[in-house]
Design a binder for this molecule. Structure first.
Ligand code: ZN
Length: 416
C-alpha cells in the first residue's frame, strides 16, 4: 500500500522565486499540452495519448531552452497529470455525472503544484532537496520528519492557497508501506452504511450497532461566512475593504474544512481501534453518485455542488478508514450497495425510501431505522456473495439476540 504524508516547509524568498519559475514552466507545459489535445480533437476527432506528448518534450526543450531549467521528470509529471485529469473526466461522464467538466487552462496567478516522480529528490540529514537548473539557489528544505528508510515514490511541492501562493508551503511525500501485520480473515466482520446525516451506521458479526453523526462545523461557520460575504459584496470589488473581508472568509472556510477533516481522522481511527473484525465492508459510493446525479438534473447548481461535496467528504472518510485498517492488518472491502437502503432486510421487498424517511416499515412486520437496515443488507450481501455460511449463521443468531436485549424485534434474515 502507499501512504502520503504532508510536511510543512519554509522556503526563503530566493527559493520561492525558483519555485515560481518551475511552477510557471510546468503550467505553460500543461496549457500547451491541453491546447494540443483540444485542437487534435477538433481537427481529427481523436484523443492524444500521453506517450505522444512525452515524446515531444525533447523537441520543445530544443526550441525553448528555458524548459531545460526544469528537472525532466517534472515536465513528464505535468503531462501525466493532464492525462489523469482527462481520464477522470471521461470516467465521471461515463458514470452519468453531467456536472463533470474537462480540464481547463491554468491562469498565471496560480501556483502549479510541482511533482517529482521517482527521482530528482533526496532526503538526508533532516533535509528534503530537489533538482533544478534555474539558478544556483539550492531547493533544500529542513523538515521535521524522517523519510530516509522509506521507499519514496513521489514528492509534490505545493501551496495551501495556490492563488498567488498566499498560503503556506508544503511537500507531500508518497511512499510504499508494508503493514507489520498481514491481513487474515478472522471470521469477524463489520458492515458500514456511510451516509450524509449519519456518517456511519455499522453493524458487526455480534449483531451490535455503532452509529456516528456527521460533524457539522458548517452549522457554526456558514452563518459567519455568509454574513461576511454579504458585507464583502457591498464593497467595491478588489478594494482594500473587499480584500480584508475576502481574506477572513478564506480563513474561516479553511478552519471549517480542517475541523471536518480532523473529525474524520479521529472517527476512522476510533473505529479501527475498537473493532475486533478484521474485515470491514462498505458500500461502493460510485453507485450512490450515479443515483444522485440523475435525480439532481435540472436542479439548482448549489444543490448539485453540495451533493458532490458530500460525496467527496464520504469518499475521503472511506479512504482514511482504508489506510488506517491496512496499517494494522485489517481490510476494507467495497461492495455494490444498490438497493441496500430500499430493500427490507427480512423479506427483500423493495420500498420507496426518500431521504427524509428515517424508518422502514414493512408489511412483513419489520420496522427498523433505515440506515441500520442498509448496514444489515450490506453485511448479508457480503456474507452470501462470498458463501461465508458460518459467518452468516453467527450474524443472524446474534442479531436476534441484540433485538431481544433492546426490546426490538429483529427478524431472522432468510438466506437466498
Ligand atoms: Zn419485509
Amino acid at each position: 500500500m502507499q501512504l502520503t504524508e504532508k510536511v510543512k516547509i519554509h522556503p526563503t524568498e530566493e527559493q520561492v522565486d525558483v519555485l515560481w519559475t518551475i511552477s510557471n514552466l510546468s503550467r505553460l507545459t500543461y496549457n500547451f499540452a491541453l491546447a494540443e489535445r483540444q485542437e487534435t480533437w477538433r481537427n481529427e476527432q481523436r484523443s492524444v495519448r500521453y506517450v505522444e506528448q512525452q515524446n515531444k518534450l525533447p523537441e520543445m526543450k530544443k526550441k525553448f531552452p528555458q524548459y531545460a531549467m526544469v528537472y525532466s521528470k517534472v515536465l513528464q509529471g505535468v503531462l501525466k497529470k493532464l492525462d489523469g485529469n482527462y481520464k477522470s473526466f471521461f470516467a465521471l461522464r461515463k458514470n452519468g455525472d453531467t456536472s463533470a467538466r474537462p480540464p481547463k487552462h491554468r491562469g498565471k496567478n496560480y501556483f502549479f503544484t510541482i511533482v517529482y516522480n521517482q527521482s530528482g529528490f533526496e532526503f538526508r540529514d533532516g533535509k528534503a532537496s530537489f533538482s533544478h537548473k534555474v539558478n544556483e539557489v539550492p531547493l533544500s528544505f529542513g523538515i521535521d520528519r524522517e523519510f530516509e528508510n522509506k521507499k519514496i515514490k513521489q514528492v509534490e511541492i505545493f501551496n495551501s492557497d495556490p492563488y498567488k501562493a498566499r498560503g503556506e508551503w508544503y511537500i507531500s511525500v508518497t511512499y510504499d508501506y508494508e503493514p507489520e501485520v498481514p491481513y487474515h480473515d478472522n471470521g469477524l466482520y463489520q458492515a458500514i452504511d456511510a451516509g450524509i446525516t449519519k456518517i456511519v451506521t455499522a453493524v458487526n458479526s455480534q449483531g451490535k450497532f455503532f452509529e456516528a453523526k456527521t460533524a457539522r462545523p458548517d452549522k457554526y461557520w456558514n452563518k459567519k461566512i455568509d454574513t461576511l460575504k454579504s458585507r464583502r459584496d457591498h464593497c467595491k470589488k478588489n478594494s482594500k475593504r473587499w480584500q480584508r473581508f475576502n481574506t477572513n472568509i478564506k480563513k474561516m472556510e479553511k478552519k471549517k474544512a480542517d475541523q471536518n477533516k480532523d473529525y474524520q481522522h479521529k472517527l476512522s481511527k476510533k473505529m479501527i481501534e475498537n473493532t475486533k473484525a478484521n474485515t470491514i465492508i462498505v458500500g461502493d459510493l460510485k453507485v450512490k453518485k450515479m443515483a444522485k446525479s440523475k435525480k439532481l438534473k435540472g436542479k439548482r447548481k448549489k444543490g448539485l455542488n453540495r451533493s458532490t461535496q458530500n460525496q467527496g467528504f464520504l469518499s475521503r472518510f472511506i479512504g482514511f478508514l482504508t489506510y488506517k485498517a491496512e496499517k494494522v492488518g485489517k481490510k476494507v472491502i467495497k461492495i455494490d450497495e444498490s438497493y441496500t437502503s430500499k430493500e427490507c432486510y427480512v423479506c427483500k421487498k423493495r420500498h420507496k425510501m426518500p431521504l427524509y424517511q428515517r424508518t422502514m416499515s414493512c408489511d412483513c412486520g419489520n420496522t427498523i431505522d433505515r440506515d441500520r437496515n442498509s448496514a444489515i443488507n450490506i453485511m448479508e450481501r457480503f456474507l452470501l456473495q462470498n458463501a461465508l455460511w458460518t459467518g452468516y449463521r453467527y450474524f443472524a443468531d446474534n442479531l436476534r439476540q441484540t433485538g431481544l436485549k433492546m426490546g426490538i424485534e429483529f427478524l431472522d434474515p432468510i438466506p437466498k
